[in-house]
Write a protein that binds this ligand. Sequence first.
Ligand code: AMP
Length: 283
Amino acid sequence: MAAPVPIAHDVASLRAQLSAWRAAGETIVLVPTMGALHAGHVSLVHAGKSHGTKIVMSIFVNPTQFAPTEDLSTYPRSLEADVAKFTEAGGDLVFVPSVDVMYPQGFATTISLAGPATVGLEDRFRPTHFAGVATVVAKLFNQCRPDAAVFGEKDYQQLKVLTCLARDLDFETKIVAAPIMREADGLALSSRNVYLSAEERLHAPALYRALTKCAEAIKTRQPVEAALEEARIAIAGAGFAIDYVEARHAETLASLDQLAGAPVRLLAAARIGKTRLIDNIAV
Ligand code: AMP
Protein backbone atom coordinates (compact mmCIF):
# COMPACT_ATOMS: atom_id res chain seq x y z
CA MET A 1 0.00 0.00 0.00
CA ALA A 2 1.24 3.50 -0.84
CA ALA A 3 2.45 5.71 2.04
CA PRO A 4 -0.29 8.12 3.11
CA VAL A 5 -0.15 11.56 1.48
CA PRO A 6 1.15 14.46 3.59
CA ILE A 7 -1.28 16.43 5.78
CA ALA A 8 -1.08 20.20 6.24
CA HIS A 9 -2.70 21.46 9.43
CA ASP A 10 -2.07 25.18 8.99
CA VAL A 11 -2.15 27.73 6.19
CA ALA A 12 1.62 28.39 6.18
CA SER A 13 2.57 24.75 5.56
CA LEU A 14 -0.22 24.39 2.98
CA ARG A 15 1.04 27.43 1.09
CA ALA A 16 4.69 26.28 1.31
CA GLN A 17 3.82 23.00 -0.42
CA LEU A 18 1.55 24.64 -3.01
CA SER A 19 4.14 27.33 -3.85
CA ALA A 20 6.78 24.66 -4.46
CA TRP A 21 4.39 22.78 -6.75
CA ARG A 22 3.43 25.92 -8.65
CA ALA A 23 7.09 26.84 -9.12
CA ALA A 24 7.58 23.39 -10.66
CA GLY A 25 4.76 24.06 -13.15
CA GLU A 26 2.06 22.00 -11.42
CA THR A 27 -1.58 23.10 -11.43
CA ILE A 28 -3.71 22.74 -8.31
CA VAL A 29 -7.20 21.28 -7.95
CA LEU A 30 -9.05 21.63 -4.63
CA VAL A 31 -11.71 19.18 -3.44
CA PRO A 32 -13.40 20.65 -0.36
CA THR A 33 -15.06 18.10 1.96
CA MET A 34 -16.14 17.53 5.54
CA GLY A 35 -14.46 14.10 5.56
CA ALA A 36 -16.16 10.74 6.27
CA LEU A 37 -15.25 9.95 2.69
CA HIS A 38 -17.32 7.68 0.48
CA ALA A 39 -17.21 6.83 -3.22
CA GLY A 40 -18.92 10.15 -4.04
CA HIS A 41 -15.97 12.10 -2.62
CA VAL A 42 -13.53 9.76 -4.36
CA SER A 43 -15.28 10.46 -7.68
CA LEU A 44 -14.55 14.19 -7.19
CA VAL A 45 -10.84 13.36 -6.86
CA HIS A 46 -10.95 11.45 -10.14
CA ALA A 47 -12.92 14.23 -11.83
CA GLY A 48 -10.32 16.72 -10.59
CA LYS A 49 -7.54 14.99 -12.46
CA SER A 50 -8.76 16.34 -15.81
CA HIS A 51 -8.42 19.89 -14.44
CA GLY A 52 -4.95 19.96 -12.90
CA THR A 53 -1.91 17.94 -11.89
CA LYS A 54 -2.01 18.07 -8.07
CA ILE A 55 -5.15 17.28 -6.08
CA VAL A 56 -5.59 18.83 -2.65
CA MET A 57 -8.48 17.73 -0.44
CA SER A 58 -9.61 19.87 2.46
CA ILE A 59 -11.29 18.08 5.34
CA PHE A 60 -13.03 20.50 7.68
CA VAL A 61 -16.33 20.05 9.49
CA ASN A 62 -17.26 23.72 9.25
CA PRO A 63 -19.17 24.80 12.36
CA THR A 64 -20.56 27.97 10.75
CA GLN A 65 -22.66 26.00 8.25
CA PHE A 66 -24.45 24.01 10.97
CA ALA A 67 -27.43 25.42 12.86
CA PRO A 68 -27.41 24.90 16.66
CA THR A 69 -30.10 22.20 16.20
CA GLU A 70 -28.03 20.24 13.65
CA ASP A 71 -25.53 17.41 13.93
CA LEU A 72 -22.18 19.24 14.28
CA SER A 73 -21.06 17.31 17.37
CA THR A 74 -22.10 13.89 16.02
CA TYR A 75 -21.05 14.43 12.39
CA PRO A 76 -18.98 11.32 11.44
CA ARG A 77 -15.22 11.85 11.61
CA SER A 78 -12.67 9.32 10.29
CA LEU A 79 -9.44 11.12 9.37
CA GLU A 80 -7.15 8.09 9.14
CA ALA A 81 -9.49 6.16 6.85
CA ASP A 82 -10.11 9.34 4.81
CA VAL A 83 -6.39 9.88 4.21
CA ALA A 84 -6.05 6.22 3.15
CA LYS A 85 -8.95 6.55 0.66
CA PHE A 86 -7.63 9.82 -0.73
CA THR A 87 -4.13 8.33 -1.09
CA GLU A 88 -5.59 5.28 -2.85
CA ALA A 89 -7.52 7.60 -5.22
CA GLY A 90 -4.23 9.22 -6.25
CA GLY A 91 -4.58 12.50 -4.33
CA ASP A 92 -1.55 14.55 -3.32
CA LEU A 93 -2.15 16.55 -0.13
CA VAL A 94 -4.76 16.78 2.60
CA PHE A 95 -5.49 20.08 4.32
CA VAL A 96 -7.00 19.58 7.77
CA PRO A 97 -7.28 22.93 9.53
CA SER A 98 -8.56 23.18 13.10
CA VAL A 99 -11.50 25.44 13.94
CA ASP A 100 -8.96 27.91 15.44
CA VAL A 101 -6.98 28.01 12.20
CA MET A 102 -10.11 28.81 10.21
CA TYR A 103 -11.82 31.07 12.75
CA PRO A 104 -9.18 32.64 15.01
CA GLN A 105 -10.13 34.92 17.90
CA GLY A 106 -11.70 38.07 16.48
CA PHE A 107 -12.96 36.52 13.24
CA ALA A 108 -15.79 38.82 12.14
CA THR A 109 -16.46 38.47 8.42
CA THR A 110 -19.29 36.63 6.67
CA ILE A 111 -20.22 36.63 3.01
CA SER A 112 -23.75 37.83 2.34
CA LEU A 113 -25.58 36.05 -0.46
CA ALA A 114 -28.62 36.46 -2.69
CA GLY A 115 -29.47 34.89 -6.07
CA PRO A 116 -29.41 31.07 -5.92
CA ALA A 117 -28.82 31.21 -2.14
CA THR A 118 -32.23 32.78 -1.50
CA VAL A 119 -34.68 30.82 -3.64
CA GLY A 120 -36.58 29.06 -0.84
CA LEU A 121 -35.03 25.58 -1.07
CA GLU A 122 -32.28 24.62 1.43
CA ASP A 123 -32.14 28.26 2.56
CA ARG A 124 -35.74 28.04 3.81
CA PHE A 125 -34.85 25.21 6.19
CA ARG A 126 -31.20 26.13 6.89
CA PRO A 127 -31.21 29.95 6.85
CA THR A 128 -27.56 30.44 7.93
CA HIS A 129 -26.14 27.46 6.04
CA PHE A 130 -24.97 29.00 2.76
CA ALA A 131 -23.35 32.03 4.41
CA GLY A 132 -21.23 29.54 6.37
CA VAL A 133 -20.46 27.49 3.26
CA ALA A 134 -19.61 30.52 1.10
CA THR A 135 -17.38 32.06 3.76
CA VAL A 136 -15.41 28.87 4.36
CA VAL A 137 -15.06 28.16 0.63
CA ALA A 138 -13.85 31.73 0.00
CA LYS A 139 -11.24 31.20 2.72
CA LEU A 140 -10.19 27.86 1.21
CA PHE A 141 -9.89 29.49 -2.23
CA ASN A 142 -7.64 32.22 -0.82
CA GLN A 143 -5.61 29.75 1.22
CA CYS A 144 -5.06 27.36 -1.74
CA ARG A 145 -5.51 29.62 -4.77
CA PRO A 146 -6.53 26.51 -6.76
CA ASP A 147 -6.80 26.53 -10.55
CA ALA A 148 -9.98 24.49 -10.22
CA ALA A 149 -12.26 23.24 -7.45
CA VAL A 150 -14.61 20.26 -7.73
CA PHE A 151 -18.09 20.15 -6.16
CA GLY A 152 -20.73 17.42 -6.37
CA GLU A 153 -24.15 17.93 -7.94
CA LYS A 154 -25.41 16.09 -4.83
CA ASP A 155 -25.49 19.52 -3.17
CA TYR A 156 -27.00 21.17 -6.22
CA GLN A 157 -28.02 24.48 -4.68
CA GLN A 158 -24.58 24.74 -3.03
CA LEU A 159 -22.96 24.20 -6.46
CA LYS A 160 -24.98 27.09 -7.91
CA VAL A 161 -24.25 29.33 -4.90
CA LEU A 162 -20.52 28.68 -5.19
CA THR A 163 -20.50 29.16 -8.97
CA CYS A 164 -22.14 32.55 -8.35
CA LEU A 165 -19.65 33.34 -5.55
CA ALA A 166 -16.63 32.58 -7.72
CA ARG A 167 -17.98 34.70 -10.55
CA ASP A 168 -19.14 37.63 -8.42
CA LEU A 169 -15.94 37.89 -6.35
CA ASP A 170 -13.61 37.28 -9.34
CA PHE A 171 -11.97 34.15 -8.01
CA GLU A 172 -9.75 32.72 -10.72
CA THR A 173 -10.68 29.21 -9.63
CA LYS A 174 -12.72 27.25 -12.18
CA ILE A 175 -15.75 25.57 -10.60
CA VAL A 176 -16.11 21.98 -11.79
CA ALA A 177 -19.37 20.04 -11.24
CA ALA A 178 -19.30 16.27 -10.72
CA PRO A 179 -22.31 13.93 -11.06
CA ILE A 180 -24.05 12.27 -8.10
CA MET A 181 -22.73 8.84 -7.07
CA ARG A 182 -25.44 6.44 -5.90
CA GLU A 183 -25.86 3.06 -4.25
CA ALA A 184 -27.10 0.27 -6.54
CA ASP A 185 -30.68 0.95 -5.37
CA GLY A 186 -30.44 4.65 -6.24
CA LEU A 187 -29.83 6.17 -2.81
CA ALA A 188 -27.37 9.06 -3.22
CA LEU A 189 -24.16 8.42 -1.27
CA SER A 190 -23.88 10.70 1.75
CA SER A 191 -21.78 10.77 4.91
CA ARG A 192 -25.09 11.05 6.77
CA ASN A 193 -26.39 7.70 5.42
CA VAL A 194 -24.63 6.02 8.37
CA TYR A 195 -27.35 7.53 10.59
CA LEU A 196 -30.05 5.44 8.87
CA SER A 197 -31.42 2.41 10.74
CA ALA A 198 -31.75 -0.83 8.73
CA GLU A 199 -35.46 -0.13 8.34
CA GLU A 200 -34.93 3.48 7.23
CA ARG A 201 -32.20 2.41 4.81
CA LEU A 202 -34.70 0.06 3.19
CA HIS A 203 -37.14 2.94 2.54
CA ALA A 204 -34.56 5.65 1.72
CA PRO A 205 -34.28 4.93 -2.06
CA ALA A 206 -37.95 5.96 -2.41
CA LEU A 207 -36.72 9.56 -2.59
CA TYR A 208 -34.70 8.96 -5.76
CA ARG A 209 -37.32 6.62 -7.23
CA ALA A 210 -39.98 9.30 -6.85
CA LEU A 211 -37.77 11.97 -8.44
CA THR A 212 -36.94 9.66 -11.35
CA LYS A 213 -40.61 8.91 -11.95
CA CYS A 214 -41.48 12.60 -11.67
CA ALA A 215 -38.78 13.54 -14.21
CA GLU A 216 -40.14 10.91 -16.62
CA ALA A 217 -43.67 12.27 -16.20
CA ILE A 218 -42.55 15.84 -16.89
CA LYS A 219 -40.58 14.66 -19.94
CA THR A 220 -43.74 13.11 -21.30
CA ARG A 221 -45.45 16.48 -20.88
CA GLN A 222 -47.59 15.70 -17.86
CA PRO A 223 -48.39 18.86 -15.87
CA VAL A 224 -45.45 19.68 -13.58
CA GLU A 225 -47.47 20.37 -10.44
CA ALA A 226 -49.39 17.08 -10.73
CA ALA A 227 -46.15 15.14 -11.25
CA LEU A 228 -44.61 16.84 -8.19
CA GLU A 229 -47.69 16.07 -6.10
CA GLU A 230 -47.46 12.40 -7.06
CA ALA A 231 -43.77 12.40 -6.04
CA ARG A 232 -44.63 14.03 -2.69
CA ILE A 233 -47.26 11.35 -2.02
CA ALA A 234 -44.80 8.54 -2.85
CA ILE A 235 -42.06 10.07 -0.67
CA ALA A 236 -44.39 10.66 2.28
CA GLY A 237 -45.77 7.13 1.79
CA ALA A 238 -42.27 5.72 2.29
CA GLY A 239 -42.15 7.33 5.73
CA PHE A 240 -40.42 10.64 4.96
CA ALA A 241 -41.41 14.04 6.38
CA ILE A 242 -40.95 16.33 3.39
CA ASP A 243 -39.16 19.68 3.55
CA TYR A 244 -39.57 20.35 -0.17
CA VAL A 245 -40.00 18.60 -3.52
CA GLU A 246 -39.72 21.20 -6.26
CA ALA A 247 -39.05 21.74 -9.97
CA ARG A 248 -36.79 24.71 -10.64
CA HIS A 249 -34.83 26.40 -13.41
CA ALA A 250 -31.68 24.27 -13.54
CA GLU A 251 -29.31 27.25 -13.56
CA THR A 252 -30.97 30.05 -11.55
CA LEU A 253 -33.11 27.77 -9.35
CA ALA A 254 -35.96 30.22 -9.92
CA SER A 255 -39.55 28.97 -9.84
CA LEU A 256 -40.80 27.67 -13.15
CA ASP A 257 -44.01 29.70 -13.40
CA GLN A 258 -43.03 31.84 -16.38
CA LEU A 259 -40.10 29.84 -17.66
CA ALA A 260 -41.57 27.56 -20.32
CA GLY A 261 -38.81 25.75 -22.19
CA ALA A 262 -36.19 26.33 -19.45
CA PRO A 263 -33.85 23.50 -18.36
CA VAL A 264 -35.47 21.90 -15.32
CA ARG A 265 -33.99 20.34 -12.18
CA LEU A 266 -36.02 18.51 -9.57
CA LEU A 267 -34.79 19.05 -6.03
CA ALA A 268 -35.94 17.43 -2.81
CA ALA A 269 -35.16 17.35 0.90
CA ALA A 270 -36.94 15.06 3.34
CA ARG A 271 -36.41 13.58 6.77
CA ILE A 272 -36.64 9.91 7.58
CA GLY A 273 -36.41 9.33 11.33
CA LYS A 274 -33.70 11.73 12.53
CA THR A 275 -31.86 11.81 9.19
CA ARG A 276 -32.36 14.55 6.63
CA LEU A 277 -31.66 13.46 3.04
CA ILE A 278 -31.37 15.66 -0.05
CA ASP A 279 -31.39 14.61 -3.68
CA ASN A 280 -31.91 16.09 -7.13
CA ILE A 281 -32.18 15.04 -10.74
CA ALA A 282 -32.12 16.64 -14.18
CA VAL A 283 -35.27 16.52 -16.28
P1 AMP B 1 -19.47 16.94 2.13
O1 AMP B 1 -18.29 16.20 2.69
O2 AMP B 1 -20.77 16.27 2.37
O3 AMP B 1 -19.45 18.40 2.48
O4 AMP B 1 -19.30 16.88 0.55
C1 AMP B 1 -18.12 17.30 -0.06
C2 AMP B 1 -18.31 17.32 -1.55
O5 AMP B 1 -18.65 16.01 -2.00
C3 AMP B 1 -19.44 18.26 -2.00
O6 AMP B 1 -19.04 18.92 -3.19
C4 AMP B 1 -20.57 17.28 -2.26
O7 AMP B 1 -21.51 17.75 -3.20
C5 AMP B 1 -19.82 16.09 -2.79
N1 AMP B 1 -20.61 14.87 -2.67
C6 AMP B 1 -21.22 14.41 -1.54
N2 AMP B 1 -21.92 13.28 -1.82
C7 AMP B 1 -21.75 13.04 -3.14
C8 AMP B 1 -22.24 12.04 -4.04
N3 AMP B 1 -23.04 11.06 -3.63
N4 AMP B 1 -21.87 12.11 -5.35
C9 AMP B 1 -21.07 13.12 -5.78
N5 AMP B 1 -20.57 14.09 -4.98
C10 AMP B 1 -20.91 14.06 -3.68
